[in-house]
Design a protein around this ligand. Structure first.
Ligand SMILES: Cc1cc2nc3c(=O)[nH]c(=O)nc-3n(C[C@H](O)[C@H](O)[C@H](O)COP(=O)(O)OP(=O)(O)OC[C@H]3O[C@@H](n4cnc5c(N)ncnc54)[C@H](O)[C@@H]3O)c2cc1C
Length: 290
């Protein structure tokens, strides 16, 4: 059991870990090496650097600093967070538990362009199996995605229906060992999807080869789970894609904090580092209060 799990290996998450680790909290960071900061080739507005510096160099220095302070860092992708007595954080490889969690997952950057998909949200298109799976009892549903996150969503939907197709939208499946066996339970359709259609409610999904098939519901679980995906499932308040937090970076779910680009506002290193520091400090206060 960890005291604090931080999801995201960017400046917000790393900054938070410096505070939790120095409060003697057992801290785990889970993230991938795709922080927005890695793409910043020239940074000259971050405090403390007289010359121009590469974003990657700032990030690597932060990671070395966190490791020196005893933070565990895992290169993995989180696909689900649940809260019972404690938090359970599931990746493609394992499940970890903790007393507090920080979302520091950066800006939502999903790229999916399927005609009419947005128009049918709430009318057959859903982003949350936990919230809406029940409405599709014994119906024919699809999950749009090609990674562990999509299989995880499809497995949740098995509680309601066995007729589930994973639509990869032309992508090859990218699954960790844990989910490869599960894939047998579902139909797979790897054709690129062009549009969805219906009248008041979703009825069909169309592919680039001109074919189409009937469908009652589509659950979007494309690419990696983002902060807003986690928020929906946990009932956490969000404003569009930005997680709503108080001045201490606490969300409306006790023990769950958020910092950095995933909270919106001024998306800069200084903001991410500042919010991370506040979140790390308050996670310590919260854990000690338990
Ligand atoms: C090209 C470019 C140039 C920039 N230049 C500047 C600049 O000059 N000055 C400046 O101040 N700012 C700059 N920025 C902005 C700055 O990089 C961001 O504001 C900052 O990186 C945000 O930090 P963050 O920790 O919130 O998110 P990020 O740095 O984006 O980190 C997000 C982390 O979350 C992880 N993650 C996401 N989803 C999951 C999941 N499901 N499971 C596990 N991990 C997950 C990612 O793998 C990543 O490790 C620039 C950004 C870009 C793209």
């Amino acid at each position: 059991m960890y005291d604090a799990i931080i999801i995201g290996k960017g400046p917000a998450g790393i900054s938070a870990s410096l505070y939790t680790a120095r409060s003697n909290l057992k801290t785990l960071i889970i993230g991938k090496d795709d922080s927005a900061l890695r793409r910043a080739l020239k940074v000259e507005n971050y405090f403390g650097f007289a010359g121009v510096v590469k974003g990657e160099d700032i990030l690597e220095a932060g990671i070395r600093q966190a490791l020196r302070l005893g933070v565990d860092i895992i290169d993995d992708e989180v696909i689900a967070i649940e809260k019972n007595d404690f938090f359970e954080v599931t990746t493609g490889k394992d499940t970890y538990s903790s007393k507090a969690v920080l979302l520091a997952t950066g800006q939502v950057r999903k790229k999916i362009s399927i005609e009419n998909l947005k128009e049918f949200v709430g009318k057959g298109v859903s982003y949350c199996s936990t919230c809406d799976g029940f409405f599709y009892n014994n119906l024919k549903v699809g999950v749009l995605g090609y990674k562990d996150y999509a299989v995880h969503e499809a497995l949740e939907l098995l509680a309601y229906t066995k007729d589930i197709t994973i639509f990869t939208n032309g992508r090859k499946l990218e699954l960790s060992d844990k989910y490869i066996d599960n894939i047998k339970e579902f139909k797979i359709n790897a054709k690129p999807v062009t549009r969805v259609s219906g009248s008041d409610f979703l009825q069909r999904i169309h592919f680039d080869d001109g074919t189409s098939e009937d469908i009652d519901g589509i659950f979007v679980a494309y690419e990696s789970a983002s902060s807003s995906d986690f928020a929906r499932k946990l009932g956490v308040l969000a404003d569009g894609d930005s997680i709503v937090v108080d001045k201490y970076q606490q969300t409306n779910l006790e023990g769950l904090f958020a910092a950095g680009d995933c909270t919106g506002g001024l998306r800069q290193i200084a903001t991410a580092v500042g919010q991370g520091a506040m979140a790390g400090k308050r996670m310590g206060d919260y854990i000690r209060s338990l």
